[in-house]
Design a protein around this ligand. Structure first.
Ligand code: PMP
Length: 330
């Protein structure tokens, strides 16, 4: 019989797929790594096991304990998967820009959620960082993984994502592109790729325009899960050769194209990563092999990026632009 002993054994080893249509006019091979095929639906499944294992080992998390974390959703799902198996309670703090669908997924996995306003400074008592700190103080046996500073995040990508990229490209990867949120993915996988290639793999961070990584102040943008208004210690700037920024409009347009033209229903940070990657890929030769990591799937964004009314109300072009059968029948 072939089966996994637990859902957690299915984390990682996600496939690479070549982009064929959105890469029109680009000579290099551009591959994407489909992290939405992880059991919890995102790259964050990878960091959860390592973070919880380490907390148990270090005595920070004891039987019956509670995991408290500010998370845009995906880290919560990963943590909830592990917590569920080991009998921990989970309380997640979310900014209010996180969609209803993503919130429901967290509660479906048995987690409790607390929603906080996006448009306040990080040091405000209402900010999602402050609220989570207060919950950690008030809940007995609480453990805050803190994905922004926990080095087990980047380490999980150093130990799994990086080696998978090298193995699955037979060591031919020349460029690695990932969106930067906590910075864990790019720092961990990027560091592995730098080491194994003697510094040859070029590591490119993709960032929403306005975020600190591309020189902004953290002005609110609509793409979720990437960009910051501060510098997390999970991010190692020494690993990153270049940052390429994309606007919300560019990111959402590419997200829609990935679904329509490549058959990949992915989230806005994936569209952002591809939009930024293709700007860099335009100047690359035919023998370059670029891999872009796509962090999560599109189902958590059906009411936003994939909703014509939501897109139009924020001034973006929607997917359904152009004449339809319904128009012809009117
Ligand atoms: N995209 C999405 C949808 C995410 O949830 C995250 C994690 N915050 C990222 C990208 C960025 O990954 P990292 O935190 O490893 O930089």
């Amino acid at each position: 019989m072939t089966y996994a002993n637990s859902i957690l054994d299915l984390v990682g080893n996600t496939p690479l797929v070549k982009l064929n249509r959105v890469t029109d006019g680009i000579a290099a091979t551009v591959l994407v790594k489909l992290e939405y095929l992880n059991p919890g639906g995102s790259s964050k499944d990878r960091i959860a096991t390592r973070i919880i294992d380490a907390a148990e080992r270090e005595g920070k998390l004891k039987p019956g304990g509670t995991i408290v974390e500010p998370t845009s959703g995906n880290t919560g799902i990963g943590l909830a998967l592990v917590a569920q198996q080991r009998g921990y309670r989970c309380v997640f703090v979310l900014p209010d820009k996180v969609g209803e669908d993503k919130r429901s997924v967290l509660t479906a996995y048995g987690a409790e959620i607390v929603v906080t306003p996006t448009a306040v400074a990080p040091e405000s008592p209402e900010s999602y960082y402050s609220v989570s700190d207060r919950l950690v103080r008030e809940i007995p046996g609480a453990f805050k993984p803190d994905q922004y500073s926990n080095q087990n995040g980047p380490l999980s990508h150093y130990e799994t994502t990086g080696p998978e990229l090298w193995r699955d490209t037979d060591g031919r990867i020349t460029h690695f592109v990932a969106g930067v949120g906590t910075g864990g993915t790019i720092s961990g996988a990027g560091r592995y790729l730098k080491e194994v290639s003697d510094g040859k793999v070029v590591v490119i961070g993709a960032d929403p325009e306005g975020s600190v990584y591309s020189g902004g102040t953290g002005r609110p943008y609509l793409v979720e899960g990437v960009g910051e208004d501060f510098w997390p210690t999970a991010y190692d700037p020494d690993v990153v050769d270049e940052i390429v920024a994309s606007t919300d409009a560019e990111s959402f347009e590419m997200t829609l194209r990935l679904a329509r033209e490549e058959g990949m229903l992915v989230g806005g940070s994936s569209g952002m990563a591809v939009a930024s990657a293709l700007k860099a890929a335009r100047s690359l030769p035919a023998d370059a092999v670029m891999v872009v990591l796509l962090p999560d799937g599109g189902r958590g964004y059906l009411g936003k990026i994939f909703n014509e009314r939501w897109m139009a109300s924020h001034g973006f072009a929607a997917a359904g632009a152009g004449p339809t059968v319904a128009d012809a029948l009117d």
